[in-house]
Design a binder for this molecule. Sequence first.
Ligand SMILES: *Cc1c(COP(=O)(O)O)cnc(C)c1O
Length: 465
Amino acid sequence: MHGKALKISFTLFLPTMSAIKFFSTNGQTERVDFRAALLMGQAPDKGLYMPEEIPQIPKSRIGQFSKMSYPQIAYEVIKPYLGNLVSDSDLRAMLEDAYNYEVPVERVYDEKYVMRLDRGPTCSFKDFAARAMGRMIQYFLKQEGKSILILTATSGDTGSAVAHAFYGLDNVLVVVLFPEKEVTERQRRQMTTLGKNIFPLAVKGKFDDCQALVKKAFVDADLSALNLSSANSINIGRLLPQAVYYFYAHSRVAPLGGEIVFSVPSGNFGDLMGGLLALKMGLPARKFVVATNENDEFPRFMDTGIYEPIRSSKNCISNAMNVGHPSNLARLFCLYGGQMDETGRVGLRPDLAAMHKDIYAVSITDEETRQTIKEAYSRYRVLLEPHGAVAWAGLMKYLKECGDFSPCVSLETADPAKFPDEIVRATGINPPLPAAMARLDELEEKFEKMDGQYSSLKDYLRRFL
Ligand SMILES: *Cc1c(COP(=O)(O)O)cnc(C)c1O
């Protein structure tokens, strides 16, 4: 269905409303509710699910967020999408349980802040999505008495966040594919030292290869008995929780309701989509700085209007962002009236002018990333890791070019201790190990290796049939 825009409408949320329906960005399959979209992950036509209506949170309600805790704000943002699929008290309990850690918003200078999204159990922002999604999946599986196999590709941090969120459950198996040579030792250890129902696979190849293998398995009829589901940011269940921390940051730095600027280090564009969804729900945001590493297919698209995926992604030090064709661009295009299929083919061009109004896209080199880690530490005594440094560097470029005085929040997406080599090199400081990673370097690792062939993955998965 190329050339036809899928329409999204905006509605004021009423507590009595039934659950919002989700459609596929490929437009070839029927609309489903949140529960079905969550359990499927990817739509049967290989598209990504998008909400048909985006609920609006009134300004007056957003004004009350400054007095709410993180889990309370999470409830306000997520509830409208679920209707009565989950009872109020169950949803509140799940979110209280998922978000039992701090979310510091640290002032760097003037009204420029870093929000640290690295205080969860695996020390990256992926915990925010994985923990809420994990609890919601369990909730629905219990209702149906079903089991699933979560098959997920990771560029470094999704694997461990998802593995921890489902660890030890008896109705969920988790198979994680990671690029053998592109994750740090600590990132690998966070996946390979768990055991039980967690099965890590080191794939000879890149993240994009892992992601392509996973997508192929989802549409393979021979594997349908496994009930495969995705925990990648192609799953809508990850996107909604990622809209929450934008509202949270806003409530902490602009409690009177002014507009702020966010800077988002972007790889597969799930984090950014969370932010844009928040924006469309009514979040007072002036701009989203989208900072990529040298995998700059999106900033180039914003400049030229032509989309060319990078066929073999560059191996940059912000390894979780080494993505040559971000899955969530299909959603981003959809949100701005365009259409892109799973291969990156553009069926309908999005409204580029509207995108420029909301987004400032910039690519940061490894050289600039290292320089930023160094300077942030020497000037402000702020320790950034490579992903957070890409966002901070992107924000500095935006401010220089656009001279904006709004409060700004740059997202720090992982703990520096996940990338000790780069941090030591740039600052001379060996980042302290957070409690959550304390014994990691000593535990025994268990994982298998696999070539990049689909037939190998299929053989591997067959053992769970
Ligand atoms: C996954 C990840 C990113 C990129 O997020 P996307 O949603 O894929 O754009 C950035 N930083 C870290 C530390 C990550 O793990």
